[in-house]
Design a protein around this ligand. Structure first.
Ligand code: KG4
Ligand code: ZN
Length: 335
């Protein structure tokens, strides 16, 4: 069974072809980072236009690379939310046209469910139950998955997403956009214990997150150093900030697994590309006797292989999406 996947929820145009759900035949990503860099963040209208330009050539290339034609595909999967509505609609329009034109079923998928499904491309789907930590540019959440495709949100951010905090602090430190990879690299040269930034809600049994206090603390530190005419030691600031975020995520993830009694933790989303987060969660998982699954680096950030994989699994269960489905920027994880 050949499934085509399309992802246009934010600033990457991505197309992939998977065979029998888990085998990636091709997976291509056209990044728009260079278009948004100078604005210091993703500009929705610019993103939608860039998707329109990039999508058709990318579709052709992905099919060619997978050595299939539209006549060979058995289904088309597309992200329907959450994300930027104008951006989502570009991918959805293409997916609907292909579904109609090729006479194959359409399946709409949830972007965040797809993020942790990226793990299954490499490991196959383990038996639920598990807990998923989903950390991206727009979301930070801990989710209990008692059964395949069923989600119970255990906690989420009350303000900024983790990726957003990385991006904002990187901008403050003059490290450019996107901020996550820049801080990750800078932190490697720094001392994570140099500055003690606050760990928001780390001790509470509550599994929600908050980033605003940490962000303010970094801003205050930068201002105080400037006022005192001291040079900022960027690697130390980056490492200390990163450690504060990572500490809270590790603690809460382990706590979520303990509270629900699951044996497996799945990580997903762009921030899971973070070197320190991967390292610390692996260690913490080992110490707590948990199986921690982490997608390889290229499958953490936005891609269409994860969309095709999840869509293919849903199609195989007989699920279908009708052509009148709309984009939903605030789509909830299926309960
Ligand atoms: O999942 P993703 O590609 O897009 C969304 O669904 O939002 O996540 C993008 C986010 C950005 O905020 C980016 O700064 C962050 O992931 N990111 C990282 C790293 N690589 C990407 N954050 C921390 N460390 C990284 N190495
Ligand atoms: Zn994403």
């Amino acid at each position: 069974m050949i499934t085509l996947g399309i992802e246009t929820s934010c600033d990457e145009t991505a197309v992939a072809v998977v065979q029998d759900t888990f085998e990636v035949r091709s997976s291509l990503i056209a990044s728009q980072v260079h278009l948004h860099e100078r604005y210091g963040g993703v500009v929705p209208e610019v993103a939608a236009r860039a998707h329109v330009e990039a999508l058709n050539p990318l579709l052709e290339e992905a099919l060619a690379k997978a050595e299939v034609g539209l006549g060979d595909i058995d289904g088309v999967a597309v992200t329907v939310g959450p994300g930027l509505v104008g951006a989502l609609l570009v991918g959805m329009a293409a997916a609907k046209a292909i579904s109609l034109g090729a006479g194959v079923p359409l399946i709409g998928v949830h972007h965040l469910e797809a993020h942790y499904w990226a793990n299954f491309l490499e490991h196959g789907p383990p038996e639920p139950p598990y807990v998923a930590l989903i950390v991206s540019g727009g979301h930070t959440m801990l989710v209990h998955v008692p059964e395949l495709h069923h989600h119970v949100v255990l906690g989420q951010t009350l303000d900024d997403a983790a990726g957003e905090a990385f991006d904002k602090v990187a901008r403050l430190l003059g490290l450019g956009f996107p901020g996550g990879p820049a801080i990750d690299a800078m932190a490697a040269e720094g001392d994570p214990t140099a500055i003690r930034f606050p760990r928001a809600m780390e001790d509470s049994r509550n599994l929600d997150f908050s980033m605003s206090g940490l962000k303010t603390a970094v801003l205050r530190h930068v201002k105080a150093e400037r006022a005192a005419d001291r040079d900022l030691h960027l690697p130390d600031v980056a490492a200390s900030f990163q450690e504060a975020i990572v500490d809270v995520q590790v603690t809460k993830t382990i706590q979520a697994a303990a509270q629900t009694g699951v044996p497996t933790v799945l990580l997903g989303g762009g921030v899971v590309a973070n070197t320190r987060l991967r390292e610390r969660l692996r260690e913490a998982g080992e110490a707590a006797d948990l199986r921690v699954l982490v997608p390889s680096l290229g499958l953490c950030t936005d891609n269409a292989a994860m969309v095709a994989c999840l869509g293919s699994a849903r199609l195989a269960r007989g699920e279908r999406t009708t052509l009148d489905i709309g984009a939903d920027p605030n789509l909830r994880l299926p309960a």
